[in-house]
Design a protein around this ligand. Structure first.
Ligand SMILES: NC(=O)c1ccc[n+]([C@@H]2O[C@H](COP(=O)([O-])OP(=O)(O)OC[C@H]3O[C@@H](n4cnc5c(N)ncnc54)[C@H](OP(=O)(O)O)[C@@H]3O)[C@@H](O)[C@H]2O)c1
Length: 337
């Protein structure tokens, strides 16, 4: 950070030590290295949020070696606003660093009205990538994801559209998200035939959400694909946040669709027991939850969200203690059942 002599405005200059403490992991069998911790912009970056907080989070992230930022066409609210705000901040702060950044976006959920603004048709994906690039002011994204499987569109149509997006130079790599193991293997076979780089699967994975362990992780390993784990903190439940009640500024207090008081109450004893264990290890619960994911060999990167740069800074410290004894791993399984 430095102060511009002419305007008096504090301008951003990335920390010269930004690559000193982050670990970078190979994404499947590709040439890409991703930071062990990546930042998602699902929440806290929309028009309803504070731009100065969003800016502070992004600057802190890059200063800490986070090079990978994850967006989607519908992140906000309103839809599209996270990409637009990201584009504004990118232009102001990160333009000189574009080649140091790995930026992802997605399409697959409802985005605009009518029959062409949702799911997995070629029509939707082609229009959506153009809209995303325009909102972010980018020539290309590093990863373009199909956000969720579409049971009614032939997989071939979706995969050919993704492949064409790469050939048009609008994305460098392809990813998929929320696909089952079998569909993932089929997508891999199709994209391999089309000779486009498909490198990553984005899946929900945390101490509380283990579905990927029912075959997906094995498939990803076999197919040479990376795994980026989303909602690794179970949207804040796997942090120290709710140990003393429900803070006003939390997702639970806002009665967010995917995390409410009822869900929190169902998990609270587990949260307390896991937090006690984390504290015995000299960690916050968020740090242990991230370390636990990085301990899984198939996980390339842990995709966190943060509503402040302090949360981000706290979470990054997970990298200082990644080891677990067999006993600890067993205890985590026991508590989280
Ligand atoms: N592909 C998909 O379908 C899909 C779906 C969901 C998410 N994602 C991606 O994954 C990213 C992360 O998802 P997520 O936001 O659910 O992740 P998360 O890391 O599980 O939850 C993030 C939230 O936890 C709370 N938190 C984080 N660190 C904290 C700390 N140290 N102390 C206290 N509270 C803390 C904050 O909530 P408060 O607001 O309460 O402070 C923060 O916004 C998204 O941004 C998106 O990029 C993808």
């Amino acid at each position: 950070m430095y102060t511009n002599d002419k305007t008096g405005i504090k301008e951003y200059q990335a920390s010269s030590g930004r690559y000193e403490n982050m670990t970078y992991k190979r994404c499947g069998k590709s040439g890409v290295l991703l930071p062990a911790i990546s930042l998602g912009l699902w929440h806290n970056f929309g028009f309803v949020d504070q731009m100065h907080t969003a800016r502070d989070i992004l600057r802190s992230a890059f200063d800490l070696g986070i090079t990978h930022f994850d967006l989607a066409n519908n992140y906000g609210p309103p839809y599209g606003s996270a990409e637009e705000n990201f584009g504004t901040l990118l232009k102001k702060d990160f333009q000189p660093y574009r080649d140091e950044l790995f930026i992802a976006t997605k399409a697959g959920y409802d985005m605009w009205p009518g029959p062409y603004g949702n799911l997995g048709s070629r029509k939707y994906l082609m229009a959506s990538i153009d809209q995303s690039l325009k909102r972010m002011g980018l020539d290309y994204v590093d990863i373009f994801y199909h956000h969720r499987p579409d049971p009614d569109t032939p997989l071939e149509e979706t995969m050919i559209a993704l492949s064409d997006i790469v050939r048009q130079g609008k994305a460098l790599y392809i990813g998929i998200s929320n696909y089952e193991p079998q569909e993932t293997a089929r997508a891999k076979a199709l994209l391999q035939e089309l000779k486009v780089p498909f490198i990553i699967h984005q899946a929900r994975y945390s101490i509380f959400d283990r579905e990927v362990e029912q075959g997906l992780l094995e498939t990803l390993e076999r197919e040479g694909l990376g795994c980026i784990a989303f909602s690794p903190l179970a949207q804040g439940m796997l942090t120290d946040k709710y140990l003393k009640g429900i803070p006003e500024d939390s997702r639970v207090a806002k009665n967010f669709t995917y995390l409410d008081k009822e869900k929190l109450n169902r998990h609270i004893t587990r949260i307390q027991n896991l937090a006690e264990m984390a504290h015995q290890r000299g960690q916050k619960l968020s740090q242990m939850a991230i370390a636990w994911l990085l301990h899984q060999p198939q996980v390339t990167s842990v995709l966190i969200g943060a509503s402040s740069s302090d949360q981000l800074k706290e979470n990054i410290k997970a990298l200082e203690q990644l080891q677990f004894s067999e006993e600890e791993l067993h205890r985590i399984d026991e508590i989280s059942q």
